[in-house]
Design a protein around this ligand. Structure first.
Ligand SMILES: C[S@@+](CC[C@H](N)C(=O)[O-])C[C@H]1O[C@@H](n2cnc3c(N)ncnc32)[C@H](O)[C@@H]1O
Length: 336
């Protein structure tokens, strides 16, 4: 684990983050491929945005290109379930001993999009502890961290490099809130269970967002969509990963520990205004499906070419269903 503490001088939104990212990306040569479908090894790739070394298929864990995370950030922001903010604020107000500042642990923070979205929606001073195993993403997250809370209180950040599935027992001690975004579906059932247990030990709310739900709707529809979706979901479940089962499994893990869970849809709605993201997502979606079912390749390649043409023409709409999960300890005195 390594850590740095910074107080940022300027709040950077998605546009600011784009300025922070140099052309080649902070990950350096050979790690720039924004989506699985763009690289020769696409057949071995994981899911949209991952590079080729799929977790479980090699020792090296999957890497996420910062360009992909930047591309998806506005769609993520539009998708996040604002309906959970009210209950979250109530849960934070009910914490047994309100600290002088909120301490938020963001697990698998990537370039820090969760903090940029959530910090300005919560009042009061905040300290964000950003966890990721990728040091270059942590660097971007620290540089592009939000500066101000909803009421103008300061927001500070600290980065911790490491595997969030192997957190030391006291890693979340003193946390007011645990967050994660687009992380649960790349965990195994045991890892999700351990994550829930760690949040419960910390006796704080957990907001775990943008987990794939295993459903996509493409308009206009095509009979091959269902076959590709099924293969993609099977690929997501490879090597024991939860994929589309993640929200149900994690919800059960919290519920088994007496923690109330709310789940709300948070779909990406990709239309002509998000053509670049839609195209990147399509390539990764099809590449993962073909990796899982190589017999699909010829039909899937034709299908992808047609879909990309429709996307370029502004004639394709895609809804990628996700879910946000909020886990709230039942009582302020630790009834968890
Ligand atoms: C899909 S990206 C999401 C990033 C960010 N939360 C967002 O919403 O933009 C998943 C992130 O989780 C990190 N990650 C995945 N598994 C991890 C693990 N076991 N330990 C630490 N980080 C992990 C990856 O490095 C990546 O930054």
């Amino acid at each position: 684990m390594s850590g740095t503490t910074r107080r940022t001088g300027t709040a950077l939104g998605a546009g600011g983050l784009a300025r922070v990212l140099p052309g080649a990306g902070p990950t350096g040569p050979g790690r720039e491929n924004p989506v699985a479908g763009d690289v020769p090894e696409a057949g071995e790739a994981g899911r949209p945005g991952e590079t080729a070394s799929a977790r479980g298929a090699a020792d090296e864990p999957s890497r996420y290109a910062p360009e992909w995370l930047r591309l998806r950030e506005p769609a993520d922001a539009a998708a996040r379930a604002t309906e959970l903010l009210g209950p979250l604020r109530s849960g934070l107000a009910d914490l047994p001993a309100p600290p002088g500042r909120l301490v938020v642990h963001d697990l698998g923070c990537g370039t820090g999009s969760m903090g940029r979205w959530l910090a300005p929606r919560l009042a009061g001073a905040q300290h964000w502890v950003l966890h990721d195993r990728d040091p270059s993403l942590l660097h971007v997250a620290a540089v592009a961290a939000p500066a101000d809370a909803a009421d103008g209180s300061p927001v500070t950040v600290e980065t911790r490099r490491g595997d969030v599935t192997r957190l030391p027992p006291d890693a979340l001690a003193g946390a007011s809130l645990v967050t994660a975004s687009a992380l649960l579906d790349v965990l195994t059932g045991e890892e999700a269970d351990a994550l829930a247990a760690a949040c419960v030990r910390a006796r704080c709310p957990a907001l775990l967002t943008l987990t794939v739900a295993g459903r996509v709707d493409l308009t206009p529809a095509d009979p091959l969509d269902a076959e590709i979706a099924e293969a993609f979901n099977a690929h997501q479940r490879r090597s024991g990963l939860l994929g589309p089962d993640a929200v149900a499994r994690t919800g059960e893990a919290f519920a088994a520990r007496g923690v109330a869970v709310r789940v709300h849809p948070s779909p990406w709605r990709l239309g002509p205004d998000r053509r670049e993201l839609t195209a990147q997502w399509l390539r990764g979606w099809v590449a993962a499906a073909v990796a899982q079912r190589p017999g699909l390749r010829a039909r899937a390649d034709r299908h992808l070419a047609e879909r990309l043409a429709a996307c370029r023409a502004g004639e394709l709409e895609v809804v990628v269903h996700h879910s946000d999960l909020l886990a709230l300890p039942r009582s302020a005195d630790g009834g968890v």
